[in-house]
Design a protein around this ligand. Structure first.
Ligand SMILES: Cc1ncc(COP(=O)(O)O)c(C=O)c1O
Length: 382
């Protein structure tokens, strides 16, 4: 039976391996506190849940790929309030089923093998979906390492002219998963300039823009000119709505138009009741402020602990993640195994890309009580 060789070549999603290791430890009777995956465990705000239920109708037809005008208006309103950017809700925004599916399929929308626009660049360590999307689109993936000495930004000078000319899409993700680093507007300006000069698309995955601690991070939506730019955002992290599947792509009207042409075939418009709940979610900041305050409290107790223990926190300016250097002489995986033995599950940086070796990631998703318990354990173990 034929199976796509691209699929057959995929290695196990690292978190599956992590889950298996956790089950082995649990089988020994150890309770595992899971700081692995970034799936928020907070309750979704009641106002949002009520809007979802109220959005159910006797008959729900196929949702249109363009989305409800009310949702596009709600997104445009949020973008204007948060980033001071004024988008045309009719032509510059398209809703997505969370951002993962849109990230995965984006290479299929922009890669042009016939014209030699066949390279998809992304950064590592990072979210694995950019690369997987590139491979299924038969594009050439180009992994660019993120190093601490560059503030976890890709080194644009290291890319040669041949590569620039073949580039179809350049993925960036700030605030960054896993490093928690942020990018300045100047970085987006430079990248957008390069995109227009060399004819590629800047795809900015901004899933974590709302989980910040000191000051709100920049967005590529703040670029005055959105030519060659597509921004992906989502309610998953901002509003603890991973299970709802709701996000959007906004930017260059030609790209949004291409997505509207592509997406009806794939069938990835969010259900209308989810869209109605999303209108409420984008329209409310009070629940987001509470969420940020909660992550800040959890982050605070870990920062205290790591300072006491002399573990070096780096990046970690925003997102729900802390990114730390493992103690000298230990590998990422060895260190994570050592903590897991005591019931604290963290992600080895190496699972997220080669340049992640020497680091580990802690997702601040367990409850405050579990975080306090984990701090007690780590106080003894480290
Ligand atoms: C960097 C990054 N982008 C995108 C996503 C996808 O989020 P969703 O599909 O839930 O919107 C995630 C989820 O963990 C992520 O870490």
């Amino acid at each position: 039976m034929p199976i796509s060789p691209v699929l057959e070549r995929q290695t196990t999603y690292p978190f599956v391996r992590l889950g298996e290791a956790a089950r082995r430890v649990e089988a020994r009777g150890v309770t595992v506190i899971d700081f692995g995956t970034g799936d928020p465990r907070e309750a979704t705000d009641p106002l949002i849940r009520e809007a979802l239920v109220a959005g159910l109708r006797d008959r729900m037809g196929y949702p249109a790929a363009a989305g409800l005008p009310e949702l596009r208006d709600a997104v445009a309103g949020w973008v204007a309030r948060r980033f001071g950017a004024h988008l045309d809700a009719a032509t510059e925004i398209v809703p997505t089923l969370g951002s993962k599916e849109a990230i995965f399929s984006f290479a299929q929308v922009v890669v042009d093998l016939e014209r030699g626009k066949d390279v998809v660049a992304f950064t590592e360590p990072g979210y694995p979906v950019y690369e997987r999307g590139a491979l299924f689109a038969h594009a050439r993936p180009l992994a660019l390492p993120l190093h601490e000495e560059n503030g976890f930004l890709p080194d644009l000078e290291a890319i040669d002219d041949e590569t620039w000319s073949r580039l179809a899409v350049f993925w960036v993700n700030y605030p960054n998963n896993p490093t928690g680093a942020t990018a300045t507007l100047a970085f987006y300006e430079r990248l957008a300039e390069l995109a227009r000069a060399h004819g590629f698309v800047v795809a900015s995955d901004e899933a974590y823009t709302e989980l910040w601690f000191e000051e709100p991070p920049a967005s590529a939506l703040q670029l005055g000119d959105l030519a060659n730019v597509a921004v992906f955002n989502t309610l998953s992290k901002r509003s603890s709505m991973t299970g709802y599947r709701s996000g959007f792509v906004a930017g260059d009207a030609a790209l949004v138009g291409a997505l509207k042409a592509f997406r009806p075939t794939v069938g990835t418009a969010p259900q209308e009741f989810v869209q109605r709940a999303s209108v409420v979610a984008w329209g409310d900041e009070a629940h987001v402020e509470r969420t940020r305050a909660l992550y800040a409290r959890k982050r605070g107790i870990f920062l205290d602990l790591f300072e006491r223990k002399g573990l070096r926190v780096t990046g970690s300016e925003a997102t729900m993640y802390l990114w730390l250097a493992v103690p000298q002489g230990e590998t990422s995986e060895g260190f994570a195994e050592r903590l897991l033995d005591h019931g604290v599950l963290v992600t080895p940086g190496s699972y997220l890309g080669e340049a992640g070796e020497g680091y580990f990631r802690l997702a601040l998703v367990p409850s405050e009580e579990e975080c306090a318990r984990a701090v007690e354990i780590l106080d003894r173990v480290l």
